[in-house]
Ligand binder design. Structure first.
Ligand code: DAH
Length: 339
């Protein structure tokens, strides 16, 4: 009996298994009711009484050894299986969650693409500006209300350094540094000291346009804007120009498009007028050309300026301006398939 136990102890110590299935076979072979270890327990009855104590102890040790061995092999196999799974090169890749582009970026890009097709290039200017580039050169009289503390965020006074209130300031910079012909758009962020609500914000985005050359006429302006409106809002879009006033253009106009929701029939969106306003424009005032070193006797030009939020609202019926700066993923993801 003792030699049997010794032999079995050696065998069990040397056990190896390559898989959980193999291990189960071993467990049954040694530890099940009819397994080799259990059978030795059956033989225990025939052990002489004086040896029972010693043999009993050896038997228990053998049983524990067998259990420990089987459990140890099982753990090793499971661990190998888990780490093998981590490096399973045949598995398909985790899907990468793509971010979305901001709706204002998408619309700004579309505006830029449309004007690029008729020869407009892009330039940008600083958001922190001096009074001259934002107002002075653009023919704003010193007492003009747009310079007032109500509208403008001032950074320093005397000389005035401020956050630009419109991208028209980039006109000043470009005309001062380049010779005509100039055919450019200037997208960018602008700031105004307004109370934040669903329809006003203290910062928003504009795209400014400028075309300076010999013999530029109001008809050229109208044609470029009609082309833009049709590209942006669809072939059937109509435009109308209403006389208006801006210090830096003469004559000045505001442009409406036929309501892109009802097609001009009249609906709550266009307040039953059939028209919605989208931008300001005009012929660059000769004073402005002169202020910026361009001879108004040789050159003329047109300019226009539009709000990117406004265009986006018209295109996608966003009813609350604040959504654009709240970074709510649910809102931003709505534009995933817009372009
Ligand atoms: N700068 C004007 C604004 O912020 C928009 C504008 C109107 C720009 C007429 C122009 C223009 O270039 O000709 O309200």
């Amino acid at each position: 009996m003792k030699s049997k136990i010794k032999q079995l102890t050696e065998t069990i110590n040397a056990l190896q298994a390559n898989s959980l299935e193999e291990l189960e076979v071993l467990r049954i072979k040694y530890l099940s009711k009819k397994g080799e270890v259990s059978l030795l327990f059956n033989d225990f009855r025939s052990v002489p009484n004086e040896e029972k104590r010693e043999v009993g102890q050896l038997l228990n040790e053998l049983k524990n050894l067998a259990q420990d061995k089987i459990n140890g092999l099982k753990e090793t196999l499971l661990a190998a299986k888990a780490s093998g799974e981590k490096h399973d090169l045949t598995r398909t890749a985790e899907p990468i969650k793509l971010g979305t582009r901001h709706p204002l970026t998408l619309v700004k890009q579309e505006i830029a693409d449309i004007f690029a097709r008729i020869g407009f290039t892009i330039a940008e200017g600083p958001e922190i500006e001096d009074d001259w580039h934002v107002f002075g050169a653009l023919n704003f009289p010193p007492e003009h209300p747009a310079r007032d503390m109500q509208d403008t965020f001032f950074i320093e006074k005397n000389p005035d350094i401020l956050l630009r209130t419109h991208t028209s300031s980039v006109q000043t910079r470009i005309m001062n540094s380049q010779k005509p012909p100039i055919r450019m758009i200037f997208p960018g962020r602008v700031y105004r000291n307004e109370a934040i609500s669903y329809r006003a914000h203290c910062f928003f985005h504009q795209v400014e346009g400028l075309y300076i050359d010999k013999d530029v006429s109001f008809a050229d302006l109208k044609q470029a804007l009609l082309y833009f409106a049709k590209e942006m809002f669809g072939e059937s879009t109509e435009i109308r120009l209403r006389p208006s006033y801006f210090p830096f253009t003469e004559p000045s106009a505001e442009m409406d498009i036929s309501c892109n929701l009802c097609g001009g029939e009249g609906c709550p969106f266009c307040k039953y007028t059939g028209w919605v306003e989208i931008l300001g424009c005009g012929m660059v005032d000769p004073n402005v050309l002169e202020n910026c070193g361009i001879d108004p006797d040789i050159y003329s030009g047109y300019a226009f300026g539009m709000g990117v939020e406004r265009i986006t609202n018209l295109k996608f019926q966003v009813k609350d301006l604040r959504l654009f700066s709240e970074n709510d993923m649910r809102f931003l993801e709505e534009f995933k398939s817009a372009y």
